[in-house]
Each structure stands twice: as C-alpha cells, then as structure tokens.
Design a binder for this molecule. Structure first.
Ligand code: PAF
Length: 282
C-alpha cells in the first residue's frame, strides 16, 4: 500500500489504475479511523477494483472554537488499519497542498446546509462540500462511500453531486454501533467513563421514537418530548437539537409520514455527538 502526500503523486497513481480499467472506490476521512470507517473501506473493496482512502483534517469545515487543534490524529495506526484492510493507496495531503493561498471558491449547497447541524455550525457544510468537491476532482472516483451516521452530510454531498453533474456514485453505508448502541465516531474518544455511559441515551432516545411510531404515534412534537425525556436522564447531556424532518428536503414535519429522518445532536463533556435514524412510515 502506498501513502502519498501530493496531488501530483495521487493523480499519477489514479491515472495508471484507470488506464488499467480499474473502477476507483474512494473513502474520504479525517483519520482517527474506527470500525465505521473500516466498514466503508470494506464496502469500497467489494464494489470497486482500486480503493483510495484520504486522511485530511479539513480546516474549512471547523468553526471558530471547534475542536480542530485537538482533533485526534493517530496517523501511523490509521495507515496500518488501511493496509490491513486492503486499501491500495492512502492520500494524506497537507493543508498547503489542499488550500495553497487563501481559498475564495466555495461550494455551497443552499437550504440543505442550513438546518440541523448547520444552525450551530454555520459554514460547516460549505467546508465539507468544498473539500469533497476538491477531493473528487483529484481522485476522480467511480464510487465514494459515506456513513449514514452523518445523515445531513450525505444529503448535502448527494445534492452537490447531482447539481454539479459530478460523474460518480455516492454509496451510503449503515451506521456502525458499539454493542450498547452508541454510534461509532472519532469524537467518542473525548468521553470520560461517566459520559461514555450516558452516551447510550442518544440511541435509546431514537429507539424510543421508533417504538412510539410503531405503536401509531405520529405527532412530531410528542415524539420529540419523549426523546427529550430520555436524554434528560443524564445531567451531563446538553441537547443541541432533536429534529424530525423530511429525509430528502430536511424540512421539519409535524406529522410522521413517508421517509422521515429523526436526528439529534448533543454536547456531552468535550464531545459533540450526533445520531439519527431514517424510517419509512406509511
Ligand atoms: O465525514 C468526514 O470525516 C468529513 O466530513 C469528510 C467527508 C472526510 C470531509 O472532510
């Protein structure tokens, strides 16, 4: 497995693979790889002939006061995990490679970037869309793999690819959870033992909503207050949002019907955690 830093190097490697008729599968990451990322790599291995993983902590998707400085960067462990998973090449550019000089060209997926996480993280999805557009232009993948855990990110990227006629397919893979239900995330590392215990309440709240819906409750307001009750079992959890929205438009809905995204974000100690479920309701 090769690990390359420059755009020139990765372009050469990709050109060679493409000339050999290989389909390129791409897993963009910010490193600190966990089982969730490995499941994306596994899906990429199954669906393509040549797998590229990028490791790049993208500064343009962090707001002021967010965790970019302390974002975990276990680079050797990450490359080792990639090697063991059968990745063909890791692209790990520097910030200077990706953003030489001041960036003045941005990809802004309007409307879909504004609600949910966009409210408390203004500019976040502009940074995500811009870096993904740049990475897609550099790697020229046939398929790019994203986790359902970042539901809004997936919707933003899918819309960018459609609106800008980018020639690749976005493949969405299921959220990978710990045994107790906590969605895997690089940010789980910030939790101390007590916070880690309370973190199970995120998925418990989502499951509670699912149970209520299965029992015939379709009022968003009631479901949200039920979820809030579960989260408030923890004194440490600070709710940022609990949203019930149309899974395609991200517009809030009062009555559960059709394809619905139930998403939440909380602060728990130093960690900001998100989770969601998507339901198809008659
Ligand atoms: O999900 C992530 O890790 C990041 O948002 C991504 C897609 C790699 C862009 O920096």
């Amino acid at each position: 497995m090769e690990v390359v830093e420059t755009i020139e190097q990765i372009r050469k490697i990709i050109s060679k693979a493409k000339s050999a008729g290989k389909k390129i599968g791409f897993v963009p990451t910010m490193g600190a790889l966990h089982q969730g990322h490995l499941s994306l790599i596994e899906a990429a291995k199954k669906q393509s002939d040549f797998v590229v993983v990028s490791i790049f902590v993208n500064p343009t998707q962090f707001g002021p006061g967010e965790d970019i400085a302390k974002y975990p960067r276990p680079f050797d462990a990450d490359t080792e995990a990639c090697k063991n998973s059968g990745v063909d090449v890791v692209f790990a550019p520097t910030v200077e490679q990706m953003y030489p000089g001041k960036n003045i060209t941005w990809v802004n997926v309007e409307k879909l970037s504004e609600p949910l996480c966009g409210k408390s993280r203004p500019g976040h999805f502009r940074g995500v869309a811009t870096v993904c557009a740049k990475l897609f232009n550099i790697v020229r993948p046939d398929f790019a793999f994203f986790g359902q855990k970042d539901a809004q990110q997936v919707i933003v990227i899918q819309r960018m690819v459609a609106d800008l006629n980018m020639p690749l397919e976005i493949v969405v893979c299921p959220t990978i959870r710990e045994k107790d239900g906590l969605a895997m995330s690089s940010r789980n590392k910030y939790l101390n033992t007590a916070q880690r215990k309370d973190a199970v309440l995120l998925y418990a709240a989502l499951q509670e909503a699912e149970l209520f819906i299965a029992a015939g409750e379709h009022k968003s307001s009631l479901l949200k207050s039920q979820m809030e009750k579960i989260l408030k079992i923890s004194k440490q959890i600070k709710i940022e949002y609990i949203s019930i929205v149309d899974a395609r438009t991200l517009e809030a809905i009062d009555e559960i019907k059709g394809k619905v995204l139930i998403a939440l974000a909380v602060k728990l100690g130093a960690a900001r955690l998100i989770d969601n479920i998507v339901l198809d309701v008659e």
